[in-house]
Design a protein around this ligand. Structure first.
Ligand code: IFM
Length: 458
């Protein structure tokens, strides 16, 4: 067994998001978000649940900070609920909402945890959706105003700011495919939304830097490597196609100031664009979007295997030979994280990288003694941390790792069925129960190293 050490000062944390854990939907002046409205619509959430109470973190946050302190973490990535701060999306600021984050941040700092808030983890105020949502360029300005409110109030204590979490999900799942709020299925609108998300990142970043000159400002993407099912040209093209729209559609504008020409051509061919001109891009947009990031966050869970199907349609297929999957059906593939980090460093050269999410959904009920022995999650985390450490040894400027997630929580359209937490949450009492993985992660953090022992699942 060998111990693989991480650099001194490495950020060790967990990540959460407001909509998934806070609850307190109607308390202290909070407005509705698009996810509140979406979950109110019958049939949208697999188990018929909503996030009105979620993990009740809004009331139990002191206990949750204590859980993180007990794990010995030195950082916490969470998101700020836009409708809690600005119930109408812009205009009147809700002092009680800001007060919640004030108290949370003070407690984190006191516990030795660096706060890393994300401004947008999918909970657009419904009031802004009613005026066009992300498809409207006005929402870009509203986001910059919201960033200004947050940074003016919290920027004296927060150094690391993230503008957006996983813009692909917002654009594609929310506006092209529909399983996420607001549930639209309009591919042309999704392209406009993607651009407005990137532009709003640029405007908010400039605002944060103006208000808090020492701030580290970044964005988080869900990076997913795409591999062809065979070495044939059509399958390789299917992998290129996926990479173009999932990864490069965001990374190329951010790091190169241009949309990827091949992916634009794909969209023209699909009839989602009339031609190679992008009608929603205005002069100066791409120059603003490509201002250097202080860091790039990546959320890595798995890879995709692509092939050209019988009718020529590109499709994702299970890997061959079959591989272990999590409850989400996502292949467990730690080497994909190593591959991703190397590719990002090589092709985009970010100043710094953070793994802002990584984790696995497994449903392990408590045993007769009440213990939750989640050996598969421990193996997953160990494998991915070994891959991350190997990438650092290969020269990747990786400076932190955030396990997804602190608590079993509201997993969007899956409701509470998918359990990613290092702690379970009793559905009746909302009591937190540490799983074995919480203890394993605490040991890893305290050693600042990961051991390459044999998988505990044999
Ligand atoms: O729960 C989500 C999170 O909100 C964004 N990244 C992926 C996680 C697991 O699906």
């Amino acid at each position: 067994m060998t111990r693989h050490r991480f650099p001194e000062g490495f950020l060790w944390g967990v990540a959460t998001s407001a909509q998934q854990i806070e609850g307190a939907r109607r308390e202290d002046g909070r407005g509705d978000s698009i996810w509140d409205r979406f979950a109110d619509t019958p049939g949208k959430i697999a188990d018929g649940s909503d996030s009105g109470v979620a993990c009740d973190h809004y009331h139990r946050w002191r206990e949750d900070v204590e859980l993180m302190k007990r794990m010995g973490l030195n950082a916490y990535r969470f998101s700020i609920s836009w409708p809690r701060i600005l119930p109408e999306g812009r205009g009147t600021v809700n002092a009680a909402g800001l007060g919640f984050y004030d108290a949370l941040i003070d407690a984190l700092l006191e516990a030795g945890l660096e706060p890393l808030p994300t401004l947008y983890h999918w909970d657009l105020p419904q009031a802004l959706q009613d005026r066009g949502g992300w498809a409207s360029r006005d929402t870009v300005d509203a986001f910059a105003d919201y960033a200004a409110v947050a940074v003016r109030h919290l920027g004296d204590r927060v150094r690391w700011w993230t503008t957006h979490n996983e813009p692909w999900c917002v654009a594609t799942l929310g506006h092209e495919e529909g399983p996420h709020a607001p549930g639209h299925t309009d591919p042309a609108e999704a392209l406009r939304v993607a651009h407005h998300l990137l532009l709003s990142h640029a405007r908010a970043s400039a605002m944060i830097r103006r208000e808090a000159p020492g701030a580290e400002v970044g964005l988080v993407t869900n990076y997913c490597p795409a591999h062809p099912a065979t070495d044939g040209a059509a399958d390789r093209d299917a992998a290129r196609w996926f990479d173009g729209f999932f990864n490069r559609w965001y990374l190329d504008p951010l790091f190169r100031g241009e949309y990827p020409a091949d992916a634009v051509a794909d969209r023209v061919a699909a009839g989602h664009l009339a031609g190679p001109e992008l009608p929603f891009v205005q002069d100066g947009d791409l120059a603003a979007i490509s201002q250097p990031l202080s860091f790039l966050g990546i959320n890595y869970y798995s890879r995709v295997v692509m092939r050209a199907g019988a009718d020529g349609r590109r499709e994702a297929v299970p890997p061959a030979p079959p591989a272990a999957v999590t409850d989400m059906g996502w292949e467990v593939r730690p080497e994909g994280l190593h591959e991703s980090l190397l590719r990002l460093a090589r092709d985009y050269a970010p100043r710094r990288l953070l793994i802002t999410e990584n984790g696995a959904a497994y449903d392990d009920p408590p045993g007769p003694d009440g213990r939750i022995a989640d050996a598969r999650r421990i193996d997953y985390l160990r494998g991915h941390l070994l891959a991350a450490q190997r990438a650092i040894a290969d020269g990747v400027p990786l400076q932190g790792y955030f396990a997804w997630t602190l608590l079993d929580n509201f997993e969007w359209s899956f409701g509470y069925r998918m359990k990613f937490g290092l702690h379970a949450v009793d559905p009746q009492t909302l009591a937190r129960l540490p799983k074995d993985s919480a203890g394993w992660y605490a040991d890893t953090v305290s050693a600042n190293a990961v051991e390459d022992s044999l998988p505990s699942t044999g």
